[in-house]
Design a protein. Structure first.
Length: 265
């Protein structure tokens, strides 16, 4: 009964901590579109949440059982590593998914895309966008709706401005392509070759917000704080808490008892 109470407390506190760090990331201008850095920050958020939730679960278990003992930091460390691995493998969640999205970049839930070489979208690709949306939801906020908008990334307005941007050099081009998840162009001659866009499923709410943001800004001012959007309230897979602390504690206690038994023989 006491272990069950600990597990329940962990399952309740973990999503609250994850959500709190999600809101903190938005206030600090951190989003899932930052190349290389966002997966590391997402991993930090997941590991911190697991560490705190496991500690709270262990303490609450001891409180229910009227015991007073310190939390085993070694088991906390092992359980945090285990939970991060399970989040990535069992739940198939990218660590960047726990961070807010940037409205002009591929969102936190952008797991599949359709590549186009013209802003016009064929009927077949629109249908495929609906299929992707039903599977993964809106690529910016994660909500699942009955009908999705085919979101152009980069947005068509910025896409056109990129063609004539005077500050475009080799380093800037590679950075932008990395941000927009476009094919990298290795030569200076191909710098202006921004003729490829990706399509992602997007809900109407994010589409309206994106349209309002893009219409009032030109390309160099696209990475403003107003472009960062938090995920919709509701259940997301990254809210799942694994009570591995109790499993590892039980396992280590039994191993220790077995070793002590064989030493006494």
């Amino acid at each position: 009964m006491d272990v069950t109470a600990g597990i329940v407390s962990g399952c309740l506190t973990y999503p609250i901590i994850v959500r709190s760090l999600h809101l903190l990331s938005q206030s600090l201008w951190i989003h899932s579109g930052i190349p290389v850095v966002s997966p590391a920050l997402g991993l930090l958020s997941v590991s911190t949440s697991n560490c705190l939730a496991s500690s709270i679960a262990a303490k609450f278990r001891d409180y229910v059982s009227n015991e007073s003992k310190p939390v085993d930091t070694q088991i906390i460390a092992y359980s945090t590593i285990t939970n991060c691995i399970l989040t990535r493998t069992a739940l198939k969640q990218n660590f960047r998914s726990v961070l807010p999205s940037n409205l002009v970049l591929p969102g936190s839930f952008a797991k599949q895309r359709v590549t186009i070489k013209s802003p016009k979208v064929s009927r077949g690709k629109k249908v495929f966008i609906q299929v992707i949306g039903k599977k993964y939801g809106c690529h910016h906020c994660g909500i699942k709706v009955s009908q999705y908008v085919a979101d152009h990334i980069p947005p068509t307005k910025f896409f056109k401005e990129l063609q004539n941007y005077k500050g475009l050099n080799l380093k800037t081009s590679r950075f932008l392509r990395l941000m927009f998840q476009l094919p990298l162009q290795p030569t200076p001659q191909a710098l202006k070759d921004f003729h490829i866009q990706n399509l992602y499923p997007q809900c109407q709410r994010c589409s309206n917000r994106q349209g309002g943001f893009v219409s009032n800004r030109n390309f160099p001012h696209m990475f403003r704080k107003q472009a960062i959007v938090r995920h919709q309230f509701g259940f997301h897979l990254y809210f799942v808490f694994f009570p591995s602390y109790f499993a590892l504690e039980y396992l280590l206690i039994n191993i220790k008892q077995s070793l002590d038994y064989y030493r006494e023989m």
